[in-house]
Ligand binder design. Sequence first.
Ligand code: GLY
Ligand code: MN
Length: 462
Amino acid sequence: MITQDIYVNRRNLLKRQIGSGVILLLGNNESPRNFADNVFPFRQDSSFLYFSGIAEPGLALIIDADSGEEILFGNDSEINQAIWTGALPRLKEKSAKAGIAKAESFDRLLVRIKQVMSNDRVVHFLPPYSPDRCLLLHNLLGIKTSMLASAASGVLMQAVVEQRQYKSEEEITEIEHAVNVSVDMHEAAMRMVRPGITERDVVAEVTRVALADSAGLSFQVIGTINGQILHNHDYSHRLEDGQLFLLDAGAESAAGYAGDLSSTFPVSRSFSPEQRDVYEICLASHEAAIAELRPGVAFKSVYYKAARTIMEGMKDMKLVKGNLDDALAAGAHAMFFPCGLGHMLGLDVHDMEDIGEQLVGWGQEPRPVQFGIRSLRLGKILQPGFVLTIEPGIYFIPELIDLWRKEKINHQFLDFDQIEKFRSFGGIRNEENFLITETSYRLLGKKKPKTVAEVEQIRQSV
Ligand code: GLY
Ligand code: MN
């Protein structure tokens, strides 16, 4: 459990890291779907959550790094609102729970910020990602909305990443709970797929398991027979014998921590020989990447290990030719693996992505621009306490095959006639979550079925 003293300690450390000025952390607001009272499920901003533990909408927090003063801003709900929502905690109760000494109404935030600015003191804020927070920051600070991202405080961004990238024992307990529920979601899907039902039926069951045992989903479910579309949210297809089903889904723990797993399994009771061959290559890549995990290793090199394993398998299958070092340097592996290998995981499924992938995933090292590796969200040197995903995939993307063939991209390494035979194959991905320990790594949560034998055993037991 993440207790009040942990939130207090995080804020005290933040003050020491920042040294001087006022830190402004904005919570999220309700977000309307189609009219004001019909809202999307509320999710608190993760940095606000990390430093306060308060999951309700309509709040802001200022932390004075010089005086140490902390003030929570918000409004108490009125009787009219309580009729519809039930009694909500008072602002004072929220601040007391977080160990924040002062609470003031939201309109006082503008007064306070104006005071700070009139004294020529710096207001540190994180890059905003929602229109309402952009507008609020514009009104508070007078900065054009288009300039807010570049005006965000580099010192604060760095300090938040410095804290949030190392997961504590309590956070790991939360993530493991989320992963365990995620494993149940995946096993439920593996048991239920069969010809005749729809993708939507599977997504409904996966969502049911998440809601029954956790705070819900950590991101929108990807549940599809078109696994080659990496973030596919179309659930309209009916399942047929011979297809592969790709599920990428995770639960969120009560305190807001994410699980993020992917599995690929046959709609029939077993893989076809061709599906098994590609699946084994994808799994070998997954295992090769895991074997590299330890402190001091750059995740970029783990990515190349995974990519090389895919290319070796593809060469055995005669889809790839030539020297593999040259092929990897040229980015030819992106024909099958056009995305990253994994990302940080924590309060966000792509942890801290709002603060910036460069800072979070690459630090001082410039992010590569080559197609394929440019989608790698994490490249930097691994350290104990990092939590990350490993999720290599093999995808046959008709549009990419056509483009590379037409433009002769990497044609010296790719046999397009052979690749063409896999045009309607789809995509395969396995994904698990890991903690980097002092000496190596630890799989988080219980084991997910992933070998051919484990997956087919489930498929044949129903
Ligand atoms: N689970 C979705 C992703 O990692 O992008
Ligand atoms: Mn992922």
